[in-house]
Design a protein around this ligand. Sequence first.
Ligand SMILES: [Zn+2]
Length: 130
Amino acid sequence: MTVQPEAQISAPIADLESDSLLGDFPEGPRLVGTLCAQCGQTMIGTRVACSTCVSRDVSRIALPATGVLYSFTRLHVGGTDVRPIGYVDLDDGVRTLADLREDGAPLQPDVRVALGVDGDGWFFAPAADD
Ligand SMILES: [Zn+2]
């Protein structure tokens, strides 16, 4: 069956192809991003179309493993469990909501953070140096 161009244009676009944001790259595990060749926009996740200009000329990239903590909070879950989460501005400007760890330096806005991987999970924690 031949799909008419109008049908392709009006068909719904699956914005994110995959649930997992963590990918394997030559430089190690990184959050997966998408770069638009048309307008230069970088987005988080594997996308089939640019969220700015809707171009489908996009490619999968590794996002930076470091960034700056923009804002955070601590969710109190089920009694004594505390789950810190926050927004991290990656070094390329992409903002993502992330689980946080505060084993070392205390969390505070504007602190440098680095990506950590724990099994299939990922988180950001204050960077060791900087
Ligand atoms: Zn674009």
